[in-house]
Design a protein around this ligand. Structure first.
Ligand SMILES: Cc1cc2nc3c(=O)[nH]c(=O)nc-3n(C[C@H](O)[C@H](O)[C@H](O)COP(=O)(O)OP(=O)(O)OC[C@H]3O[C@@H](n4cnc5c(N)ncnc54)[C@H](O)[C@@H]3O)c2cc1C
Length: 447
């Protein structure tokens, strides 16, 4: 894959390779790059089951997913000596939610007005105690290091993340298998023994023998209208649940907004995020993101238009609603700058939605606010209750920020931090166990 920057002079094929699939086509159109249907990479719609072939792989750590959690899981596991393999049903850096996120949180103790303790206490207060402070603290303590590494890899130089993600993987020779959808986790005895899935391109069935698997599969939604979670269908959670992992948080309706017009056009609604370069956000705690808007929708019986005061949207005051601690009252909000600089807009739609049209709240059913769904961790190292099975980022129900979204930027940083923590723990686990044999009969059944 060529690593050319998107923009003038980029060839269509290279851009498609970088941006990937439907999002790539839409992004190209938005950037004024001509598209030709015949050159795009289509999924095969029919597979002749009898002529499918099989491939086997062996590794210490299998990282499933190639968003920012997967990136750090792969790099950090490798750096502490484990053999790592990454597999993803999407493109590296261009699939899942990661390509849309353009603000990343970095807590610099030397520069912030508050200490880490104060930050953790404030998030806990804002979340009314629904957060897990261990993961809140981990975010604050590790985020700056992850952001520094991203900067070294060129993350802040482009709206597209493939180049920056590919750099450390290529430097370390970490194999990445794309467009393979993992469908099964394999357990032998009481512990994880690998995973299996199939290729979108040639009908090959891939079986991975692994001492440890880290699920970095992102969140999930049943009705992703308007909020671009598109290909995220709870896969990691379902696979893990089937092998006995505890899961949490699938009963919510995510507070992110979509558009009232062409509601299913996720890219159309959110390309303002996709197309901009990332930036570092402030660490001030926000209590408002999605809260009142969702409550209004709940009380009034449907998604509601929203907008800054005096600029349209449903501003009608309703009684009751989520409790707002006094210190987070409206006049005391101190939002950090939005990604890419500029002024914060505490009452308006999120940055990606700020251009034109009318935004509606609560558009993704079956998805919780970031980090409040997925596998239940049994410790601070992102381990699940199934030995050898870890999860990180949106795939882990860490309750890093509890039932609210404390600040734009914490989710991307949280995924990066947890990816690193999970794989360092997985690498240690791998030193104590041998690769388990997967019985042929079990493999055949899965195939
Ligand atoms: C529009 C939008 C704007 C956002 N803005 C911000 C922001 O500004 N700041 C911020 O902090 N956060 C933001 N977020 C949230 C942030 O993007 C996510 O929390 C974060 O990117 C999640 O990263 P992840 O690596 O955990 O998961 P994801 O990025 O979702 O990655 C999941 C990966 O798993 C793969 N996968 C899934 N299932 C399978 C399977 N069965 N087999 C193989 N591979 C699989 C996917 O293809 C993908 O590669 C935003 C999200 C959206 C949608």
């Amino acid at each position: 894959m060529k690593t050319e920057e998107c923009g003038s002079g980029v060839s269509r094929r290279n851009f498609m390779a970088i941006a990937g699939g439907a999002a790539g086509l839409a992004a190209m159109a938005a950037l004024g790059v001509a598209t030709m249907e015949s050159e795009s990479q289509a999924n095969i719609r029919q597979i002749d089951v009898d002529s499918m072939t099989s491939q086997e792989h062996e590794t210490d750590i299998l990282v499933v997913g190639s968003g920012i959690a997967g990136l750090f899981a792969a790099v950090k596991g490798h750096d502490v000596g484990a053999k790592v393999l990454m597999v993803s049903k999407g493109r590296l850096g261009s699939s899942g939610q990661t390509p849309f996120a353009k603000g990343i949180f970095a807590f610099d103790p030397a520069k912030e007005e508050m200490s880490v303790d104060q930050f953790v206490a404030a998030v806990s207060r804002s979340a009314l105690g629904t957060n897990n402070p261990v993961f809140t603290r981990q975010l604050a303590e590790h985020s700056l290091e992850r952001v520094k590494e991203l900067r070294e890899w060129g993350f802040f130089a482009s709206p597209l993340y493939f180049n920056a993600f590919n750099k450390p993987l290529e430097e370390r020779n970490i194999p990445v298998i794309e467009r393979v959808m993992i469908t099964h986790l394999i357990k032998e005895g009481d512990r994880i023994a690998g995973a299996a899935g199939f290729s979108f391109d040639d009908g090959t069935i891939h079986t991975f023998r692994a001492k440890s698997v880290i699920l970095c599969c992102g969140a999930g939604g049943f009705k992703p209208n308007g909020f671009p979670i598109c290909d995220l269908t709870h896969d990691g959670t379902v696979m893990a649940y089937k092998v006995g992992a505890k899961v949490t948080g699938k009963e919510w309706n995510d507070g992110h907004s979509g558009k009232s017009d062409n509601a299913a056009d996720c890219y159309g609604g959110w390309h303002g995020m996709f197309d901009r370069k990332p930036g570092v956000t402030g660490v001030g705690i926000r209590h408002d993101l999605g809260m009142e808007m969702n409550y209004r929708a709940y009380v009034k019986g449907g998604p509601l238009a929203m907008g800054p005061p005096g600029r349209g949207g449903d501003q009608e005051k309703i009684s009751g609603g989520p409790s707002r601690p006094a210190e987070f009252s409206e006049n005391k909000r101190r939002p950090g700058p939005p990604p890419g600089g500029g002024k914060g807009r505490p009452n308006g739609p999120p940055p990606g939605m700020a251009h034109g049209g009318s935004s509606v709240g609560g558009s993704s059913a079956g998805m919780s606010i970031h980090k409040a769904e997925g596998l239940v961790p049994i410790n601070a190292e992102c381990a699940s209750n199934v030995p050898g099975l870890y999860a990180a980022g949106d795939a882990l129900g860490s309750y890093m920020a509890g039932g609210i979204y404390t600040q734009i930027g914490s989710s991307l940083a949280g995924s990066a931090v947890q990816g690193a923590v999970a794989s360092q723990a997985a690498a240690k686990y791998c030193q104590k166990v041998a690769l388990a044999a997967i019985p042929k009969a079990k493999q055949k059944t899965i195939e």
